[in-house]
Design a protein around this ligand. Structure first.
Ligand code: 1OR
Ligand code: 1OR
Length: 380
């Protein structure tokens, strides 16, 4: 490469980063007064220097005791990124700021987009107006086999929702010679939210394994519309997820996805949560209160278990693909987090061994209490 007189000057990385950050912020915000904006920007940048946290430790868990809703910094990497962005606090952000991107779409495109975003967990908390905003802001990107959509270590630009295609996820950890394949998206799902949510470099590489079509949303729109709701949800379920021993089998990223998927459900004393014999649509984690489990068998009904905070129930039917094996009733005011069957199958694979072990325990108890193995033994 012929760099000519450029060789005489070395451009410090910090200068490049700061100027780029400033330029991007200026372009996005389009303030009326460049100089005033510059003064504010650099003042804020200087003031923030004292607060900058460098490099989250890898042992740091998803769950921290503090109540502050501030994005953790660099938890997936050892490289620090743009200082301005690091001090970002979603709770202080003015939602109305910035330009709104609108990409006109044909009816046919709208329909395809609506189908693609239907099951995206991060979109669940949006109201219809925000959803409209999101749909307007998304633009189509077609990819070819082997094309890299995201490269680990890069800055985050877009968030992607899959319309079609297969995508491989690779992570190269410190000390690894080669990146390892850690996950495969097949025709649905979304990726690329981590770098945008937590202001860190891309945590993984995403490569198309087939031809495909993606819907992309730029960083600014993502942060303006999705960040706060996604953040609150992940924050809300951190301590619940931490309190369930079984879920320790999950990687931090898998726990985040679980938090996105959980839905709050409450029941009053005596209310039936699950009825023996019913078809199953999901499972429950107990956040507060107590749940009584009873089994009816040949005219006898007996309480067989009580489940408290940190416990779970309703997983058995999802694992065995059978009707509910027991009835669950709220003993007092019970706060639960519900996980639907589709998310269960996608997210709780790593906990399957643990669940199967407790199912074996149900079986031996069943034999002890009723003298028969009944119908729960078909564990797949
Ligand atoms: P990003 O913005 O960092 C890469 O860009 C994306 O890959 C990332 O957001 C996620 O959306 C997606 N760990 C981290 N990121 C993952 C993972 C992952 N899987 C998909 N992405 N895994 C943990 C690996 C130790 C795999 C979990 C199954
Ligand atoms: P499910 O989807 O069948 C009822 O819906 C839930 O009650 C079940 O999943 C379990 O999560 C939970 N036998 C069967 N189900 C039990 C039991 C249990 N305990 C909790 N559940 N036994 C108690 C073992 C300590 C054996 C009964 C004889």
């Amino acid at each position: 490469m012929n760099r000519g007189s450029m060789d005489k000057f070395s451009i410090p990385n910090q200068l490049r980063e700061v100027l780029l950050d400033f330029t991007i912020n200026y372009l996005l915000e389009q303030p009326p007064d460049l100089l005033q904006f510059g003064v504010d920007f650099f003042t804020k940048l200087r003031d923030s220097r004292t607060q900058i946290k460098i490099d989250g430790s890898p042992e740091e868990s998803l769950v921290s005791g503090d109540e502050e809703v501030e994005p953790p910094v660099g938890r997936f990497s050892t490289r620090r990124k743009s200082v301005f962005a690091e001090t970002y606090n979603p709770e202080e952000d003015d939602e109305e700021e910035g330009v709104r991107a609108v990409y006109p779409k044909s009816d046919e495109q709208r329909q395809r987009l609506a189908d693609s975003v239907k099951n995206i967990l991060l979109f669940r908390a949006l109201d219809p107006e925000q959803m409209q905003d999101v749909l307007d802001a998304m633009f189509e990107r077609r990819v070819q086999p082997n094309e890299y959509v995201i490269k680990q270590g890069d800055d985050g630009d877009n968030f992607y929702v899959i319309e079609s295609g297969t995508y491989l996820t690779f992570v190269k950890s410190d000390g690894d010679a080669e990146p390892k394949e850690v996950y495969k998206y097949e025709g649905s799902g979304s990726f690329g939210e981590l770098a945008l949510m937590y202001n860190m470099p891309r945590a993984a590489t995403i490569q198309a394994a087939s031809e495909g079509s993606l819907w992309a949303m730029d960083r600014q729109t993502f942060r303006r519309i999705l960040l706060k709701s996604a953040f609150r949800k992940r924050k809300m379920y951190e301590s619940l997820i931490e309190s369930v021993p079984m879920l320790k089998a999950l990687e931090m990223y898998e726990r985040m996805n679980l938090a996105d998927a959980l839905v709050p459900r409450s029941f009053g004393p005596g209310e039936v949560i699950i009825r023996q014999g019913d078809a199953a649509d999901g499972m429950f984690f107990v956040e507060a209160g107590e749940v009584s489990i009873t089994v009816a068998e040949g005219g006898n009904e007996a309480e067989v278990n009580r489940v408290q905070k940190g416990g779970y129930f309703g997983e058995l039917a999802l694992v065995t693909h059978r009707p509910r094996a027991a009835t669950a009733v709220a003993v007092d005011c019970v706060k639960l987090a519900f996980l639907d069957v589709e998310a269960f199958e996608r997210l709780l694979g790593p906990c399957m061994q643990i669940m199967k072990r407790s199912i074996e325990d149900y079986e031996s108890q069943l034999v002890r209490i009723f003298g028969s193995k009944a119908d729960i033994s078909d564990v797949r």
